[in-house]
Ligand binder design. Sequence first.
Ligand code: GDP
Ligand code: IMO
Ligand code: MG
Length: 430
Amino acid sequence: MQTLTIIGGQWGDEGKGKIVDCLSEHADAVIRFQGGHNAGHTLVVDGKKIVLHLVPAGILRDHVTAYIGNGVVLSTDALKKEIDELAVQIGDVSDRLKISEDCTLLLTSHAALDQAKELKRGGQAIGTTSRGIGPAYEDKISRRALKMHDLFDLESARDKAADLLDYHNFLLTRYFGVDGVDSDQVIANLLEAAEWLLPMVADVGYEANCLIKQRKKVLFEGAQGVMLDIDHGTYPFVTSSNTSIGAVGTGAGIAPSRIDHTLAIVKAYVTRVGSGPFPTELHDETGVEIARAGAEFGATTGRPRRCGWFDAVLMRRAHQLNQFNGLCITKLDVLDGLDAIKICVAYDVDGSSRDNVSGNARQLERCEPVYEQMPGWQESTCGIRDYDQLPLNAKRYLERIAELTEVPIDIVSTGPGRTDLIYMPSMSAW
Ligand code: GDP
Ligand code: IMO
Ligand code: MG
């Protein structure tokens, strides 16, 4: 196993950051391939909390080169803030961070548009992170975005940015009826950023292919989760990028055939932030208890995460799309102490049973989960590192998930720390 891709198997926040950090111990390079600073990954290293948004989680390992691929929409302000915060926490990372010259630049005006759009949607709001992700991808697809390589020629970057900001300000003031942004300030910020950014700019796709050719270990880091995929998720309650396996090729610049192993990171239950259908959502005390035990608050926006039972139907769909080689089940310890645990094994849709549905939000809203109930366990699983030490009912629960999803378990996570992990024998190949 020389190349490994990490994909969030649910609606994000599955613990991808922690797992990327742990697996980076054996990686030479880590490449982020989609999304932007809507992502929020909390890592706990030696009891210290580190929150990452744009910088790949591999950065915490001194021997790792971290790459931001072309598929990412990049806010220079957010990146600067993150690099500065990391400098205080772990030291300067800029010499190990490389950014694709083809990254799309995300401007303050994109965030203003995101917020204005959400306001206009009213009760139908998506509940975005309001970072400007959707509008930045819109500009990319419409071929009017500024790319990182535009900063190679500051004069032309200034003109291009002025045109784009004119358009954004027209939308903000004339269509949405809100304040525009100060174009001169945005342009000044951008040109100032060019100075510290350009030394980090690289041909990431080329470097990734060279690393693979040299038999180096490369880890591809996904953000968000499959059910937030712009094509396959619960549209329109999704993010604006492809979060599934196909995005590795387009967002990092490698061929899909270069990926040896795809690991789905999934929680032992499910959470979701923002609006949209969530068939197994819990609206009772158990939901509140899981949210409390799992500290389920967003790392980017601080919003409470909605919690529910593990959904094997959606997971089977995620597997169909990604053909996962293994599962990493996180936050098993959060379920400690429950008397009973439910797994959604099918949906009842208008009286007929379905075990495979598309993410189509309208359809999902009509799905009633059909549950299988399993006994819980009263012992603590916190920090367990050996599969055999898990309570019998915890093992039965994990094995049932593997059986229902038809994906074997590679890793079980039993706490937020780096060592709170059970590696199954299949991972010895990494
Ligand atoms: P990501 O966006 O997928 O990286 O996930 P987040 O970082 O947004 O959310 C996962 C949260 O769960 C973080 O606060 C992690 O520190 C924490 N976490 C990760 N794995 C475990 C685990 O196995 N048990 C517990 N209790 N917490 C975990
Ligand atoms: P990580 O990488 C959970 C959700 C937002 C909203 C929808 C669209 O930490 O798992 P956007 O700002 O992307 O236009 O918002 O997507 N969302 C996430 N939810 N984890 C994330 O990232 C998310 N990134 C976006 O809450 O519902
Ligand atoms: Mg997160």
